[in-house]
Design a protein around this ligand. Structure first.
Ligand code: MV4
Length: 499
């Protein structure tokens, strides 16, 4: 096993990797930008190297600075976390050229799954079901229109370089296609520097279900069941669970088998995820493969009992997989806690955390990148933690998540905690019968302030009480007009009325 690992990331995922390093006796090396000098991952690592100014482009995406930090620290391997350079094949090649181990798949597997059209062509060849559509980009809107007629409307235009819904356009009729084509092209060009667009038949209100898999360098490849990720808004997952409330054991096995076939077809090694869209008839189609450890991996860890980061490191060090596919044990839920204001269109709300109480207790896990007194920077994704729970059944898991969310207190910044509490109370979520249209449809109900006459009266009463108390305190502490202070000004210095 490696003695020293450089973690080319920040925030909660850097902290997550550091924790496994400790358990495996590996010395963790952090990197940080100038905006992250006081970040938690920097404090927890054995050493930390500054890799440049705040903008990601100049720090967490700066390959040369990362490799220099690896050389300076004598690290043997680099863990990329998620985001940043985690799915960048040229970085993998640079890491290997520097004589280091990249903790992730080979560059060739990333290339095979990178562009969506190439991935679709590779999957078709491997007999993996893909959404009906094209496997090459179109030269112009006329070519797209001709093809659209062969699959039938409605269709979805997608960016070849896509992901995250950018450059994606729903088209219901032939008349709309030309302008949608140009819009998708220019959006893709500015987002990815690649304006290529292809099309798929549109699936109405699909579910997003993904299969976790693991492959070693000796031909071993197994799946670790699914994660249900249909609760998304603007292509951001908000809550994830496993097992999916809608999958039967036979469908789970069928999807798992297909995912393993997909991974084998591209020579995959390490942790990866195959994303599927599932339609209302329970047909499932390959969407894309994520060639990294995902944000939502903790729910899989809960129901398998495996440490996925530990297995990434073992596989990268050349070990064989030491586990097989098993039926999921119990149920796990994860919510993403963001520094953002759901009432203001999810506007990021960075700033100083003045008070923090994280939930704990039985089968509760909080993967956090912050601490009380920490200032959430404006520069990066405002994810501050991932709260996950385990319980024997889905109903108990929801009850446990409600309990954990009720313990969570963050002051000084606005968070989405109230929004998350509303989701786990929502009848549609509780029923488990939700698809990707759930969060957008339920938006108003999920962001309504806690209502009712009683709540309003309680709020008013608390304001009146606080005001009366402050007035009382001031008159008790401060000298009356023309009188000497009863307390030394030194003792009053810095005092504020308590909350
Ligand atoms: C689709 C689709 C319907 N039909 N493709 C959105 C992000 C991108 N990675 C794929 N996405 C979709 N592709 C076809 N042919 C609907 C979506 C989609 C979606 C998918 C997964 C989770 C949430 C979503 C929200 C809106 C649209």
């Amino acid at each position: 096993m490696f003695k020293k690992l450089l973690i080319a990331n920040r925030g909660e995922i850097a902290v997550r990797v550091i924790r496994t390093c400790r358990e495996l006796g590996i010395s963790p090396v952090a990197v940080y930008s100038e905006a992250d000098r006081s970040a938690l991952h920097v404090r927890m690592a054995d050493e930390a190297h500054c890799i440049g100014p705040a903008p990601s482009r100049e720090s967490y995406l700066n390959q040369e600075r990362l490799l220099q930090a690896a050389r300076d620290s004598h690290a043997e391997a680099i863990h990329p976390g998620y985001g940043f350079l985690s799915e960048n094949a040229s970085f993998v090649r640079a890491v290997e050229a520097a004589g280091l181990v990249f903790v992730g798949p080979p560059a060739s597997a990333m290339d095979a799954m990178g562009e969506k059209t190439r991935a679709r062509a590779n999957m078709e060849k491997a007999k993996v079901p893909v959404v009906p559509g094209s496997t090459a980009p179109f030269a112009d809107a006329d070519a797209a229109l001709a093809f659209a007629h062969t699959v039938g409307f409605p269709i979805m235009l997608k960016a070849v370089a896509g992901g995250g819904g950018k450059g994606m356009r729903r088209v219901d009729t032939a008349a709309e296609l030309p302008s949608a084509f140009r819009a998708a092209q220019s959006e893709a060009q500015s987002a990815f520097g690649n304006g290529s667009v292809y099309l798929e038949k549109l699936l109405e209100q699909p579910r997003h279900i993904e299969i976790q898999l693991f492959a070693d360098a000796h031909g071993g490849c197994v799946h670790l069941n699914e994660r249900e990720c249909s609760a998304q808004r603007r292509h951001q997952k908000v809550i994830e669970e496993t097992p999916s409330p809608v999958l039967s054991a036979s469908m789970r096995a069928a999807m798992g088998e297909v995912a393993v076939r997909a991974a084998r077809a591209v020579g995959y090694v390490g942790a990866g995820t195959v994303e599927f869209l599932v339609d209302k008839h329970r047909n499932f189609y390959f969407l894309e493969m994520n060639t990294r450890l995902q944000v939502e991996h903790p729910v899989t860890e809960w129901v398998t009992g495996l440490d996925l980061v530990a297995w990434q490191l073992r596989v990268a060090a050349g070990e064989k997989l030491g586990f097989a596919t098993e039926a999921p044990r119990g149920h796990a839920l994860e919510v993403r806690v963001y520094a953002e204001d759901p009432a203001q269109n999810f506007l990021p709300s960075p700033g100083r955390i003045t008070y923090l109480r994280s939930p704990s207790g039985p089968c509760v896990r909080d993967d956090s990148g912050v601490y009380a007194g920490y200032t959430v920077p404006t520069t990066y994704d405002p994810l501050i933690s991932k709260l996950s729970v385990w319980a024997p059944t889905r109903a108990e898991s929801i009850a446990r998540m409600r309990r954990a969310l009720s313990e969570y207190v963050v002051k000084g910044i606005t968070t989405n905690l109230r929004y998350l509490r509303a989701i786990v109370e929502h009848p549609e979520f509780v029923a488990g019968d939700y698809d990707t249209s759930f969060l957008p449809r339920a938006h108003a109900a999920l962001t309504r302030p806690p209502g009712g006459a009683v709540a309003e009266a309680a709020l008013l009463a608390s304001v009146v009480h606080a005001r009366a108390r402050d007035v009382r305190r001031r008159s008790a502490l401060l000298p009356a007009q023309g009188q000497k202070a009863s307390l030394s000004p030194w003792r009053l210095q810095g005092r504020r009325p308590r909350r």
